[in-house]
Structure formats: structure tokens, C-alpha cells
Design a protein around this ligand. Structure first.
Ligand SMILES: NC(=O)c1ccc[n+]([C@@H]2O[C@H](COP(=O)([O-])OP(=O)(O)OC[C@H]3O[C@@H](n4cnc5c(N)ncnc54)[C@H](OP(=O)(O)O)[C@@H]3O)[C@@H](O)[C@H]2O)c1
Length: 247
């Protein structure tokens, strides 16, 4: 039973919707992101809707990896025990490969891949001591097949999915579950014109499917399941010309 949850990147989009969804199921929460004022606002909404839920906010920039383990320790002492940690914080950046601004790509890798891995690593340190826990990483369907124009983003998510796959196999014997989440397109602040992308869903719909999958202990959650669970298998074999046209 999942009763205590930490979510990074909880100030907007999918993370915020997951916070509402877990609160609705009675879980206590620690919300993390850089924009503390948005977290406090969300915590206020949750306390109003679910007075029985214990909710705390901790400012965290996952690009500062040395701050992640202390933030999760703080969350553990606030909630007593951590049942589930969700490494959701992420960014995207449009960058033309070779156009002279590699720092944008580097930032995407730092936040999405290094920040995500450091969050899972710090969570697992706590779970090993507890003898149980669920670590969740929010990856992307771009891990299955990269999106032209989003090379660093796609690489960050492919790397993160691979990391989650390895750690799941490694940690099962310690009673620790590792879950990879692969969302398709979800309407959030992360990218403009999300409406124009195929099979787009709301953050609330994504969050419900994600939390359902976490509670069931599914190791690979694809949202929405249709068509992405089928496309995820087919896309890697499609010719480049089809992929270029689709995006
Ligand atoms: N929307 C989609 O279509 C889609 C599809 C596949 C995967 N995803 C993934 O889903 C996750 C959530 O994205 P979203 O769509 O919900 O976007 P979003 O609305 O922009 O939310 C991103 C969240 O990450 C936080 N964040 C960004 N940089 C951070 C940092 N350095 N340290 C801590 N928190 C940071 C932001 O909070 P602060 O700015 O307050 O720090 C915000 O709460 C990401 O990992 C994204 O890659 C999204």
C-alpha cells in the first residue's frame, strides 16, 4: 500500500496532477520543485480538498545533484517513511544540432538524465534501509524512437529508461520496485503547441493512468496505452522518412 509519496517537478503539469491523484487516494505527500510558491499553492489546494492528507513542500533544483539526497532525507523525516519516490522533474529545449549552443543540450541531460538518476539513487539508499519502496522515473515515448529536433531530450529519456530497466532488475531482490513511465504527448507547460501533436491527453488523464499503474506495481507504464504501446514497438523499425514526416 502506497501511503507516502515524494514527487519532483510537482509545481506544474504531470507532477502536479500526480500529486492531486495520490492525495485523492489518501497518500501523504512531499512536493518538490524550484518554484516554491507554486508548490505552496498546490499544497493549499490539496489541504482544502483532502484535510486528512499530510502535505509538505521542499524547494529542490535537481540540476544540483548534491542537494537531492539531503532533500529526500528531509522528506523521509517529514513523513516517517517513504513508500514511493517519483523522479518526474524534466525540461525540453529546442536546439539545432551544430548551431553553436551545446549548453542547451547539456542542460537537458543534466536535469532529465543526471537529475533523474540521482533522484532514483537517493531514493534507493532510503529504500535499502527501509527494506522496501517504489522508485518511479518519468521517461517518454521518445525513449523508444528519438524525435528529430529533440536529440538531447530523446537521448536523455532513452538513457533514463535504460537506467530504470537495469536498476529494476538489480533491486528486485531487495524488495525495491523500479517503474519506468513512458508518456506520449500530454498537454502541459513543457512545450508550446502541444495540441497539434498526435494523441495528446490532459495531465489529469495521464496522472490517473500513471498512479493506477504504480499502485498495481507495473514495471512499464505507457500513457495513453493505446496507441503508444503498439507504436512503441513499431516506431524503431520505421524508415527515417516516415519519422521525419510525423514530427
Ligand atoms: N508533457 C509531455 O508531453 C511529456 C511527454 C513525455 C514525458 N514527459 C515528461 O514528464 C515530466 C513532467 O513534464 P511536464 O510535461 O509535466 O512539464 P512541465 O509542466 O513543464 O513540468 C515540469 C516540472 O519539472 C520541474 N523542473 C524543471 N526543471 C527542474 C529542476 N532543475 N529542478 C527541479 N524541478 C524542475 C518544474 O518545476 P520548477 O520549474 O518549479 O522547478 C515542473 O514542475 C518531464 O520529465 C517530461 O520530460 C512529458
Amino acid at each position: 500500500m502506497i501511503k507516502s509519496v515524494v514527487i519532483t517537478g510537482a509545481s506544474s503539469g504531470i507532477g502536479k496532477a500526480i500529486a492531486h491523484e495520490f492525495a485523492g487516494r489518501g497518500a501523504n505527500l512531499v512536493l518538490m520543485a524550484r518554484r516554491l510558491e507554486l508548490l505552496e499553492q498546490l499544497a493549499g489546494e490539496i489541504r482544502g480538498q483532502h484535510p486528512g492528507v499530510d502535505v509538505h513542500c521542499v524547494a529542490l533544483d535537481v540540476a544540483k545533484v548534491e542537494e537531492i539526497a539531503p532533500a529526500l532525507e528531509q522528506a523521509r523525516s517529514l513523513l516517517g517513511q517513504l513508500d514511493c519516490v517519483i523522479a518526474n522533474a524534466g525540461i525540453t529545449a529546442v536546439n539545432k544540432t551544430g548551431a553553436g549552443d551545446f549548453s542547451k543540450d547539456q542542460r537537458v541531460i543534466q536535469v532529465n538524465l543526471i537529475g533523474g538518476m540521482a533522484t532514483i539513487d537517493a531514493a534507493v539508499r532510503i529504500f535499502r534501509a527501509q527494506g522496501k519502496g517504489t522508485a518511479v522515473g518519468i521517461s517518454s515515448v521518445s525513449a523508444f524512437k528519438g524525435i528529430p529536433g529533440s536529440a538531447a531530450y530523446s537521448a536523455s529519456k532513452a538513457g533514463f529508461s535504460n537506467y530504470l530497466d537495469c536498476t529494476r532488475m538489480e533491486l528486485q531482490k531487495y524488495g525495491i520496485n523500479v517503474i519506468a513511465v513512458h508518456p506520449g504527448f500530454v498537454k502541459t507547460e513543457i512545450a508550446p503547441n502541444m495540441d497539434k501533436l498526435p494523441f495528446v491527453i490532459t495531465a489529469e488523464k495521464a496522472a490517473k493512468a500513471i498512479v493506477d499503474g504504480i499502485v498495481k506495481g507495473n514495471s512499464n507504464i505507457i500513457v495513453p496505452a493505446m496507441p503508444w504501446s503498439v507504436l512503441g514497438r513499431v516506431l524503431p523499425f520505421m524508415p527515417d522518412s516516415v519519422i521525419r514526416k510525423a514530427f
